[in-house]
Design a protein around this ligand. Structure first.
Ligand code: MLT
Length: 406
């Protein structure tokens, strides 16, 4: 008899964004004349930057010729991309990250979900609330939680992100072993200051803990005071892994390319307390379970760092941030408190009512958002609005929301 991993029984029936997609398609079937504007899942809508498209075409042509054809590439990514990442994303900001500490992958979702495989089942895990559901769900699947009671999984140390703490939780009083952080935050759009991140790094060093730092939305930071990488914080090389993605930065949600940085200074401990290099373990896992991102996609990603690529990416981000400003000011005018949207594509709106009910009210007007409750108990009462759409659609969506709520 084939037996199931019974931890899967503890999961909510479906993944948040699949659940929303189902509700939206049911609404569409019943209301075929209401055109839908999607400001729910953070999926980009503009075409890829021209520099990336050119690099992609050229690389596809290379694949047609025996002399330039590429079969299996290095699992960790081609040197041209790892070097461009280390130089442009880290060394240029004074972060001592080397190319061989960068692991190219097909998504930050997969990497943040897979990374927990390296850890013992009985470690103490701290997870923010609200949170990108992947961090929590993958720990449930791995058996690191008890049952779901009163909106919370037993065994998890929840880090409440609320308006009282500016949506940046303080370090916990107790010692934990693994900490998930995401800044600019998904879903709240809040950012963490240098001083706040320093507290987390100091805490992790004191407790021999590890921070999994998701920086997928780093490209949206406009305030020069806000750190782009955890490695801008002294000591972080010893205790932090960072996840980045080309998805939101350069429109690669459908093209798939991301990377994870595992510094060689990060240690992990066995049952005798002996230290092992995390880099070697992740490399072992990566080589065993992954065969690398397609060569043309890596070429397209590397083109992001060309002067034209940088200008085109900046234009994309600026456009989405302009949308975010429109959303934020429309929701504020309607009397809602908002966070995010200035250094982030997400606006976290205090709807002062049940999240799913608010979601349904906006859906009736043909606008899709994400109910905050789907991200955790502290998300109840909030909705998340994403700035990923055309300006015309965002303006139209705000007009529909205004009409439906006033
Ligand atoms: C989101 O909407 O939270 C993200 O798009 C989901 C993801 O990146 O997987």
């Amino acid at each position: 008899m084939i037996r199931m991993n019974s931890h899967y029984k503890k999961l909510k029936a479906s993944y948040l964004f699949s659940d929303i997609a189902k509700r939206v398609s049911t609404f569409q079937e019943n209301n075929p004349d209401t055109p839908i504007i999607r400001l729910g899942i953070g999926d980009v809508t503009h075409g890829l930057p021209e520099a990336c498209i050119k690099a992609l075409h050229d690389a596809v042509d290379e694949m047609a010729e025996d002399q330039s054809f590429k079969g299996y590439g290095p699992e960790q990514g081609y040197a041209f991309l790892r070097e461009a990442i280390a130089k442009n994303d880290f060394q240029s900001r004074g972060c001592a990250i080397e190319a061989d500490e960068v692991f190219v992958s097909d998504g930050a979702k997969c990497d943040t979900g897979n990374f927990q495989e390296l850890f013992a089942t009985d470690i103490r895990v701290a997870i923010p609330d609200p949170v990108y559901p992947v961090y929590l769900d993958t720990n449930i699947m791995a058996g690191r939680t008890g049952e779901f009671l009163d909106g919370r999984y037993q065994g998890i140390v929840y880090l409440d992100s609320t308006s009282e703490n500016g949506f940046v939780p303080p370090v916990p009083e107790e010692a934990v072993d693994l900490i998930y952080l995401c800044y600019p935050n998904n879903p709240t759009g809040a950012t963490a200051s240098r001083a706040q991140l320093q507290e987390w790094v100091d805490y992790a060093r004191k407790n021999k803990a590890l921070i999994l730092f998701d920086a997928a939305y780093e490209a949206f930071i406009t305030d020069p005071e806000i750190p782009h990488s955890i490695y801008e914080i002294p000591g972080a090389r010893e205790v932090a892994v960072e996840f980045r993605s080309f998805s939101k930065t350069a429109g690669f949600t459908g093209t798939r390319c991301a990377f994870t940085v595992v510094p060689k200074d990060c240690m992990i401990y066995d049952e005798k307390g002996e230290a092992h290099a995390l880099h070697a373990l992740w490399n072992r896992r990566h080589c065993t379970k992954f065969n690398g991102v397609a060569y043309p996609i890596q070429k397209a990603a590397a083109a992001v760092y060309s002067p034209e690529g940088q200008a085109q990416v900046k234009a994309l981000i600026t456009g989405y941030l302009e949308n975010a400003a429109i959303i934020r000011s429309a929701m504020k005018e309607l009397g809602f408190d908002c966070v995010g949207g200035d250094n982030s594509p997400y606006i976290w709106v205090n709807g002062k009512s049940d999240s799913w009910e608010f979601f349904d009210r906006l859906l009736k007007a043909g606008v899709v958002c994400t109910p905050g409750a789907g991200f955790g108990r502290c998300g109840e009462g909030f909705i998340r609005i994403s700035a990923f759409n055309s300006k015309a659609n965002v303006v139209e969506a705000m007009e529909r929301i205004r009409k439906t709520l006033t």
